[in-house]
Design a protein around this ligand. Structure first.
Ligand code: HEC
Length: 126
């Protein structure tokens, strides 16, 4: 009887350690201290697919999502602020690029503009 209880407790502890390990491993990183609002939004909403550096995350690759490279200066240089704003607000679907979700329902235009500014900063030399 005692032994069964011990086994049970150990099993529960093992599951706990495993779950905590998994959570740590899969958690997306938080924004650095003193991050701007745009950067905090990016870490909160975008890094799961785009990665912290904008080059695309392994999670996205795992699900065969190809978010492109937001740190590519030539690519971003060819995009207008208006284009970036629209694709973040309405998603890629209206322009035939359905991989990119829409955030217009969740974010104000001000927040969207700050995200655009942050996305631009990813392709600038750092
Ligand atoms: C579910 C995954 C996912 C999330 C979350 C996501 N994106 Fe995207 N994003 C994509 C994919 C996939 C594309 C590429 C679509 C295509 O080219 O077909 C994309 C494209 C873009 C583009 C256009 C790049 C270009 O060169 O045209 C911008 C800008 C962008 N995302 C910004 C953001 C921002 C900012 C956020 C957070 C608010 C965000 N994304 C969240 C998947 C995602």
């Amino acid at each position: 009887m005692r032994r069964a209880l011990l086994v049970l407790v150990l099993a529960i502890a093992a599951i706990g350690v495993f779950a905590a390990g998994l959570a740590t491993l899969l958690d997306t990183p938080g924004p650095p201290r003193g991050a701007s609002r745009g950067e905090r939004l990016f870490y909160g909403l975008c890094v799961t697919c785009h990665g912290t550096d904008g080059r695309g995350s392994w999670r996205a690759a795992l699900f065969l999502i190809r978010p492109g490279n937001l740190a590519d200066g030539a690519r971003l240089g060819a995009r207008s602020d208006q284009y970036l704003f629209e694709i973040i607000k309405h998603g890629g679907a209206p322009i035939g690029r359905p991989g990119m979700p829409a955030f217009g329902a969740a974010l104000s235009d001000d927040e969207l503009r700050e995200l655009v500014a942050y996305v631009r900063s990813l392709s600038r030399a750092r």
